[in-house]
Write a new protein. Structure first.
Length: 120
């Protein structure tokens, strides 16, 4: 059975490109454009991949909410962001993020391979 990835990204081009590549690699992808939408779909996912900076609810707020919910507290979460500030990385790790990946200078195939590796 293929894994279901929840991809939370407000940049449509990045979200669509990454979703397409993940799908071709055999994963089911649920898409959301912000943390609020992501929370609504997280219980149906095996892994969450989220950006940090998004409208309505950012990725770190979503991670915090997921970790407080008994149904999603153990869900693996990958942050995928251009934000490489040490303070953001520290906040993500404190919030319980499994892996923190940088979008900078990477194409969708490379990012998908890293997500697959993290998904197990």
């Amino acid at each position: 059975m293929s894994k279901t990835i929840l991809l939370v990204e407000d940049d449509e081009l990045i979200r669509q490109s990454l979703a397409r590549v993940l799908t071709t690699k055999g994963l089911k992808v649920i898409q959301a454009t912000n943390g609020k939408e992501g929370l609504e779909s997280a219980a149906n996912a095996d892994l969450v991949v989220t950006d940090v900076r998004m409208p309505e609810m950012d990725g770190l707020q979503m991670v915090d909410a997921l970790r407080k919910d008994p149904k999603t507290k153990e869900l693996p979460i990958i942050i995928l962001s251009n934000d490489e500030e040490a303070s953001t990385l520290n906040k993500a790790l404190e919030a319980g993020v499994t892996v923190y990946l940088s979008k900078s200078n990477q194409d969708a195939d490379s990012l998908a391979d890293q997500i697959l590796a993290a998904a197990g």
